[in-house]
Design a protein around this ligand. Structure first.
Ligand code: F6R
Length: 585
């Protein structure tokens, strides 16, 4: 949700900032802007739309600047609401939400100040100016002490043209150095290939970036030392590698991600303790959002069937307000690709406050979630840039299935599953030929039973998210209890079938929907169902252990969403109104 960047050094800042912003576009792309200090003046260039719309800013002079790519929360996407925002000597960019912005604004208005935007962020510049008595860092510290909510900010002052002050609470921020200067960004992905050393700011930290170094301070402005982050340059690098779309590249990476699946990456000593907790837990709660929630639903089937341990899977934003009952001996597993999803973080903190042991399954080893978890299980899928999650879902499933197998003392050959995923990717290309049936659909149903129902939910989310078609994932057996009334020739149905025991029952739903005029597209690992001719079209995917089948069956569903999105003229990597890494509640 919004990306912020900064640079001060020996190069011209504008081209550096634009490059960094492009790498953060997954965090929002409804407007963008940069501000650069030049001759003790701060110049701003901002526009509605993607970072490419501020390409002309490239020519700006000056070697210290900040930038922003926005996902609107307060105020519509527009030039005036785009960041940076200025007041007096100060110019800021902000990621997060200032919850008490109205109260603070009132205070500023009473002082006779005026606002140019409808954002919650502009007030930060006003507050810094209010507290300014000549000490840049102190003014920022006093101002942020008044803020409620979450923020990562970077600030320029026309009085200190070679410095950037930054601070964070609740929104991610990393800084780094190379021989040409100092950089900052909301995500390591933006700067990992640019810097020699990167440092993670913790909540309450401040950093002052200068051309020759970075100084760190705690919340009381006491100078602190920081150790550089340890990170894998390959995994943290976001590059399209010749693909037109990140989403396609990330889907193609699924087999290699699966072949790397293991639990070894869990953090050292705490892993041993975690194994004990895992094996002795009497209850498991899984908290997550969106696609990660769906991987939790799939994991429930695996844990319950292999380990006979009861699992509750909860949407994180609901969990935290539902006064959850957390009994002694409850293991809470938080699943989050980014490790920064505000709702998942809040639910995790609540679970910990209530005494639960918290394990995190995440793709970002330096994320906020890893700092609150008792044990971290990395999915190691590599940077995922497309807003729609693909390979991270398969990677989460791999880790979660391995956990269930660990407790059940079972085994699975993930190199074989990886091989099957490769085959599945190949056959999934066939869904490209289905897209014309979906282009103008009134709505689309994804149906299945058991684990196929979980895959159906994920297939539906993927389609609506990037093709903007209304769609619903539905338990196949539940259709006839009301929803069948909506099915007609304008509602394509995608049926998923990977479980022998449920084949007949799922095929009943296929017949029921076909009889109401729907075209039915079958994704199955059962050759007899694929051959039966009972669906309008079908693809046969490889079979794996049935309880794990969503790890393969989701692949053609991801492909269907991808190709339908393209056929409808959308950018599958950057769906409207959305952003990856949802750092606001
Ligand atoms: C859908 C999608 C989202 C995320 C959700 C949680 O394709 O990407 O639904 O799954 O926002 O994000 P993480 O996993 O980062 O917590």
């Amino acid at each position: 949700m919004c990306g912020i960047v900064g640079y001060t050094g020996s190069r011209r800042a504008a081209p550096v900032l634009l490059e960094l912003l492009k790498k953060l576009e997954y965090r929002g792309y409804d407007s963008a802007g940069i501000a650069v200090c030049y001759k003790e003046q701060i110049e701003i260039f901002k526009r509605k739309g993607k970072v490419e719309n501020i390409a002309l800013a490239e020519k700006m002079q000056g070697s210290t600047g900040i930038g922003h790519t926005r996902w609107a929360t307060h105020g519509a996407p527009s030039e005036k609401n785009a960041h940076p925002h200025s007041f007096g000597k100060f110019t800021i960019v902000h990621n997060g939400i200032i919850e008490n912005n109205k109260v603070l604004k009132e205070e500023c208005l009473l002082r006779g100040e005026t606002f140019l935007s409808e954002t919650d962020s502009e007030v930060i510049a006003h507050m810094i100016a209010f507290y300014d008595e000549g000490d840049f860092l102190l003014a920022v510290q006093k101002a942020v002490s008044r803020l409620e909510g979450s923020y990562a900010i970077a600030v320029l002052s026309s009085e200190y043209p070679d410095q950037i002050v930054c601070a964070r609470i609740g929104s991610p921020l990393v800084v780094g150095r190379n021989e040409n200067g100092s950089l900052l960004a909301s995500d390591l992905v933006a700067i990992s290939s640019e810097v020699d050393k990167a440092y993670l700011l913790k909540d309450g930290d401040f950093a002052v970036l200068g051309k020759n170094g970075i100084a760190f301070y705690d919340e009381k402005l006491k100078s602190i030392e920081k150790s550089p982050m340890q990170y894998d340059t390959v995994l943290s690098n976001a590059d399209k590698k010749g693909y037109m779309y990140f989403m396609k590249k990330e889907m193609e990476e699924i087999p290699s991600v699966l072949s790397n699946a293991n639990l070894e990456c869990a953090n050292g000593l705490s892993y041993k303790q975690f194994c004990k907790v895992l094996c002795q837990a009497e209850y498991i709660h899984i908290v997550a959002c969106g696609t990660a929630y769906h991987s939790g639903l799939c994991a429930k089937y695996a844990f319950e069937s292999l380990c006979r341990v009861p699992v509750e899977v909860c949407i994180a934003s609901e969990y935290r307000y539902n006064n959850p009952i957390i009994r002694p001996n409850t293991l809470v597993i938080a699943i989050s690709q980014s490790g920064e999803t505000a709702d998942t973080l809040a639910a995790s903190k609540l679970a910990k406050d209530r005494g639960a042991y918290l394990a995190a399954v995440t793709n970002v080893p330096y994320s906020s979630l890893t700092r609150i978890a008792d044990c971290v299980l990395e999915t190691k899928a590599g940077a995922e840039v497309a807003v729609a999650a693909t390979k991270s879902f398969n990677a989460q499933l791999a880790v979660l299935y391995l956990l269930a197998l660990f407790r059940a003392k079972g085994e699975a050959d993930f190199s074989e599953i990886a091989r099957l995923a490769k085959e599945t990717l190949k056959v999934s290309e066939e869904v490209r030929g289905w897209t014309h049936y979906f282009l103008n659909a009134k709505s689309v149903y994804f149906i299945g039973r058991g684990v196929d129902y979980c895959a159906a939910l994920e297939g539906s989310l993927k389609l609506k998210e990037i093709s903007y078609l209304p769609s619903e994932g539905y338990a196949a057996g539940e259709l006839k209890h009301g929803t069948l009334a909506l099915v007609d020739e304008k509602t394509p149905v995608v049926a998923i079938l990977t479980q022998h025991e449920l084949a007949e029952k799922t095929m009943n739903a296929v017949h029921e929907t076909r009889s109401r005029g729907a075209r039915v597209f079958l994704i199955t690992s059962l050759p007899e169902a694929a051959k039966s001719g009972e669906a309008t079209a079908s693809i046969l995917i490889p079979a794996c252990r049935e309880i794990f089948s969503p790890i393969l069956s989701v692949i053609p569903l991801q492909a269907l969403a991808f190709y339908t999105s393209l056929a409808r003229g959308n950018d599958p990597d950057k769906p409207r109104h959305l952003a990856k890494s949802v750092t606001v509640e």
